[in-house]
Design a protein around this ligand. Structure first.
Ligand code: ADP
Length: 585
């Protein structure tokens, strides 16, 4: 288990290394992507901004020239207006101003002024103007001189410029007055100033005549751009941006780059110069970059989240494992304790058992020996009685054969005691090849005196050729006799007692004894020493224990089962002895 726990460590190291690598790769990709997209987007958005600037410049220039054009036709129309002409002729201007106001509203000019032949304001959309003197004003002087509409630029006292179209009004061939129409360029200027951009209008002499930034006015374009204080609109735009834009600047204001776009105005060589900062570009690029960075941050956070979840899971697994290990350890130590206790108990039990079993074995052994010797003794008693009868009847030859039998039985008894001794010595004797058939025949002959007195049918199925095993004939006979005796005991109560004997060869030599008795009650205890179901004095329960021990010692086994038609079957199984094989080995 310890080994398993350690096996996780290299795994964990590998996981954290992989995670670090993944994060490093993600960050590298992120930096590269952000760098590339910065370059690409800056370029793209700059182009877009430029296009927009071009469009704006063209639009503003168009606005301006349409305003100028729209107003330029007004003086021509008004110079032929009979109401104005008659008012100038009659000197009655009571309704003239009202007429001018209504015309102004129609054409959308900034203001209309009617001057008489002396340059005095006789009617105006702004009634406060009435009575003011304009004799020296350019729009009056030049209009009187020219037969056409003239355009003049007049510097106002307020510092601004006034743009106006003026035309002389004729009665007959004589100029009786001048109509002055002010162009509402200041309105445009105000409208432009609302946007976060800067615009200047330069005339043919490169003088700034209109500008969203008042500081630029009345200077050349170059001078205006050198002005120390940046235009407020641009300044505002700059606050939102940094200086790290790589795009080459087209104009520098306060050391900062701005985009410059020019558009021609179709009027007296005027130009509209449009300035916009790269702020919008930067803002848009920054927006996209922020999204990208956010995406990567989410990705990295996700990786960290997954990693931490895995770590938590792993630590949970470790915890669970260690809890299981601890429980297992506890169980094991408890088990060990129990085993030790059991062992101690067992030792005590063994000691007492050894003591008592020594005594018991002594008793049982003597019972067994007498059990083994009783059979030949009973047979000898029968033969002796027979011999006495034969001698009394003067048939000494037959009596002699009985003595011979008795002699044989004495030899057997000696053999049995020897066998018991040999069993006690546990197979110290050499094994010799024997024929199973001989062992069965001798066993049967030993049982003969008993069999003669009872009615039992013994069937035999014995092969013609020898079935050779390596063993000890006397001991094997002892087993056979034991099995026969048990079989006779088992079918004692049967009306027709039967015993089937069978020997088969092949790889394994088998000798089976089948009876039609009661069958085996307890197959498990059958071979236990002193297990018996017989009455005291009839059995001690040693026969099968000894028999099984003998067969096992000879390299075979003794098995027991209940027969299919009732009764029990005992089978001695021993390895076949093959002379050739033995020789080859
Ligand atoms: P014992 O014959 O002295 O009882 P064994 O070890 O020979 O001792 O037999 C043990 C027990 O096995 C018997 O008491 C009997 O219950 C059972 N047994 C042995 N042979 C047979 C058999 N052929 N049929 C039924 N039971 C048997």
């Amino acid at each position: 288990m310890k080994k398993q726990a350690n096996a996780h460590l290299p795994d964990r190291n590998r996981t954290s290394l992989v995670a670090r690598l993944v994060i490093a790769v993600v960050i590298t990709i992120a930096i590269l992507l952000i760098w590339i997209s910065n370059l690409y987007l800056t370029d793209r958005f700059t182009q877009e901004t430029r296009q927009r600037a071009e469009l704006r410049a063209a639009l503003y220039a168009g606005n301006l020239s349409s305003e100028l054009q729209r107003t330029s036709v007004v003086p021509l129309l008004l110079s032929r207006d009979p109401v104005l002409i008659s008012a100038l002729n009659s000197g009655d201007f009571a309704a003239t101003s009202q007429r001018l106001i209504s015309i102004k509203d129609e054409i959308g000019a900034a203001s209309l002024v009617l001057l008489d032949g002396d340059g005095r304001t006789v009617a105006a959309t702004d009634r406060r103007e009435i009575g003011t003197q304009h004799r020296n004003a350019a729009y009056f002087v030049e209009a009187l001189r020219s037969a056409d509409t003239v355009f003049t630029t007049e510097k106002l006292e307020t510092g601004g410029l006034q743009f106006s179209y003026s035309r002389k009004i004729q009665s007959g061939n004589q100029g009786i007055g001048v109509i002055v129409v002010e162009v509402g360029l200041a309105r445009l200027e105000q409208r432009w100033a609302m946007a976060a951009e800067a615009i200047m209008i330069a005339d043919s002499e490169n003088q700034v005549i209109l500008s969203t930034e008042p500081k630029w006015k009345h200077q050349t374009v170059e001078q205006a751009l050198k002005v120390e204080n940046a235009p407020s609109a641009i300044e505002r735009a700059f606050q939102a941006t940094g200086d790290w834009i790589q795009t080459p600047a087209e104009a520098i204001t306060q050391g900062r780059a701005i985009m410059r776009e020019e558009a021609k105005i179709d009027f007296q060589g005027w130009r509209l110069i449009y300035f916009t900062t790269f702020a919008s570009v930067r803002e848009r690029v920054n927006g996209v970059l922020a999204l990208e960075i956010m995406g990567f941050a989410i990705l990295v956070a996700l990786v960290f989240y997954i990693m931490s979840r895995r770590a938590v899971q792993q630590s949970n697994v470790f915890q669970r494992e260690s809890i299981e290990l601890r429980a297992l350890n506890e169980r094991l130590s408890k088990e060990i304790e129990e085993r030790e206790r059991a062992e101690a108990n067992l030792k005590v039990a063994e000691q007492s058992l050894a003591q008592s079993s020594k005594l018991a074995a002594l008793g049982e052994m003597s019972a067994a020996v007498s059990h083994e010797l009783n059979q030949p003794l009973a047979a000898m008693k029968t033969y002796l009685a027979g011999a006495r009868l034969l001698l009394q009847r003067h048939r000494p030859d037959e009596a002699l054969s009985s003595f011979q039998r008795i002699d044989d039985l004495i030899g057997r008894m000696a053999a049995i005691t020897k066998q018991l001794k040999s069993y006690a010595r546990k197979g110290s004797e050499d094994l010799v090849p024997i024929d199973m058939r001989d062992a069965l025949a001798t066993g049967l002959s030993m049982m003969e005196p008993q069999l003669n007195h009872i009615k039992v049918r013994i069937s035999q199925d014995i092969p013609d050729e020898p079935v050779m095993v390596l063993g000890d004939q006397i001991r094997l006979e002892q087993v056979v006799v034991n099995l026969l005796r048990n079989a006779l005991d088992a079918n004692k109560e049967m009306a027709e007692r039967e015993i089937g004997l069978r020997i088969t060869g092949g790889d394994i030599a088998k000798l089976s004894v089948r009876d039609n008795g009661t069958g085996i009650n307890d197959l498990e205890q059958l071979f236990e020493p002193f297990y018996t179901t017989k009455k005291p004095g009839e059995g001690v329960g040693l026969g099968l224990a000894i028999s099984s021990g003998i067969v096992t010692e000879l390299g075979g086994r003794l098995i027991a089962r209940n027969g299919s038609n009732g009764g029990a079957v005992f089978e001695i199984q021993m390895p076949i002895w093959n002379q050739n094989k033995q020789a080859a080995e």
